[in-house]
Design a binder for this molecule. Structure first.
Ligand SMILES: [Zn+2]
Length: 330
C-alpha cells in the first residue's frame, strides 16, 4: 500500500505504526499501532484525550480506510498518552482489552487524593501542588466517562489475521502494564516497558508497592523472549532488545548508587533527594523545573527509595508526618 501520510509507517503486512503527536510534551508523540483485518481491526494504544491527537488519528484512519465500528483496542497501560483517546474512538461494538490492576486504579475514586497525600508525606511542598495539576497530563488528558474493559491476563492470546499475540504481564512502569508478544514473527509490542531513546519512568504513588523491583523482574522476564523487533510506545522502533534491557538495568543501578551517595549527607525526604539527582531534562537547576517535572522526579526518587528500603539499604522514620530516609547502619 502506498502511503502519503508521514505519520503512518507500514511495519509488517497490514501492521502500521501511527505517530500521534503530543504537542508541548517531552515525549513528543505516542506510537499507536494498527493491525488491519478483514473482520475486526485492532488498535494498540491511542494517544491523549486532546484535540491534536484526535486530529492526527482521524487523518491516519482516513488514509488507511479504517472503520472504527470494526475496530477493537488493546491498551498497554493506564497512562493518558496510551489510554486517553480511547473514550473518543470506541464505538458501541468495540472491545477494549486491558489489565486488572490498571483498571482498578482508574476506577478508584480516591486515586488522585491518595497519590497527593502520599507524595506530600514524601516532602512535596503543598504550595507547589496546585500547578502540578494544571499541567499533569494524566489529569488533563485522561479518558473520560465509564469505560468497560475485557480484562486480559498473562498468557492470554489475541488472534488477528496472520498475527498471534500473547499477553505478557510486565508490571513496573504501571502496576498492570502489559506487552504483546508475537512469537512467530518475534515482535514485541512493548508499550512503555522498554523504550530506546528515552528511559521509562518508574514512579511510586502508594506505599504498598515496589514498582522498581517489579520493573527489574519484568525486564528479566522479557529478556527470556526471542525478540527481533521492538515496537515501543514512544520514539523509534528498534531491534537490540537484550542490549537495551541491560542498559535500562544499569541506568537504575546508577540511580540507586546516586541516591545512596546523596543520603551520605544525612536523612532526607524523597523531594529533597530528587532535587539533588541528575535529571536528563533541559533546565539548569531544580528551581527552574516545571512543577509537574518536580512531581515526576519525586515519584521516581520515591520508587528508588522504596526499593532500597526493601533491600534494607535505607530506613525511614516519620518526622512531623513526613517520611524521611536515612542509610541503614547510620
Ligand atoms: Zn507513554
Amino acid at each position: 500500500m502506498h502511503l502519503d501520510n508521514h505519520l503512518i509507517e507500514e511495519i509488517l503486512p497490514n501492521f502500521y505504526k501511527l505517530e500521534i503527536p503530543l504537542p508541548r510534551n517531552p515525549l513528543k508523540a505516542t506510537n499507536s499501532y494498527l493491525i488491519k483485518a478483514s473482520e475486526r481491526n485492532l488498535m494498540i494504544d491511542t494517544g491523549m484525550n486532546r484535540k491534536e491527537c484526535m486530529n492526527a488519528m482521524q487523518e491516519c484512519l482516513g488514509e488507511l480506510g479504517v472503520d472504527l465500528r470494526k475496530t477493537d483496542f488493546f491498551i498497554t497501560h493506564l497512562h493518558a498518552d496510551h489510554l486517553g483517546l480511547v473514550s473518543n474512538l470506541k464505538t458501541e461494538t468495540s472491545v477494549i482489552y486491558f489489565n486488572q490492576p490498571d483498571s482498578d486504579r482508574i476506577k478508584s475514586i480516591t486515586r488522585w487524593d491518595d497519590m497527593i497525600h502520599f507524595t506530600l508525606m514524601n516532602g512535596f511542598p503543598e504550595n507547589e501542588l496546585h500547578s502540578v495539576f494544571n499541567e499533569h497530563p494524566g489529569y488533563k488528558y485522561g479518558s473520560r466517562g465509564d469505560l468497560s474493559f475485557k480484562i486480559l491476563k498473562e498468557g492470554d492470546i489475541i488472534n488477528i489475521e496472520d498475527y498471534t499475540f500473547e499477553c505478557i504481564e510486565t508490571p513496573g512502569h504501571s502496576m498492570g502494564h502489559m506487552c504483546l508478544y508475537e512469537p512467530y514473527k518475534k515482535v514485541l509490542v512493548a508499550g512503555d516497558h522498554i523504550l530506546s531513546d528515552i528511559t521509562p519512568t518508574i514512579q511510586l504513588r502508594s506505599d504498598g508497592e515496589n514498582p522498581l523491583k517489579e520493573y527489574l523482574a519484568s525486564l528479566d522476564k522479557v529478556n527470556e523472549l526471542d525478540v527481533d523487533l521492538v515496537l515501543p510506545g514512544h520514539r523509534s522502533i528498534f531491534r537490540n532488545c537484550k542490549e537495551r534491557i541491560q542498559e535500562l538495568k544499569h541506568h537504575h543501578e546508577r540511580r540507586t548508587d546516586e541516591i545512596l551517595s546523596i543520603l551520605e549527607k544525612g536523612s532526607q525526604n524523597a523531594y529533597q533527594v530528587a532535587s539533588q539527582m541528575n535529571w536528563d531534562i533541559p533546565y539548569d537547576s531544580w528551581d527552574l523545573f516545571p512543577l509537574v517535572q518536580k512531581w515526576f522526579a519525586t515519584g521516581e526518587a520515591m520508587a528508588h527509595l522504596k526499593y532500597l528500603e526493601d533491600n534494607e539499604m535505607v530506613r525511614r522514620e516519620l518526622k512531623e508526618q513526613k517520611i524521611v530516609f536515612f542509610l541503614s547502619g547510620k
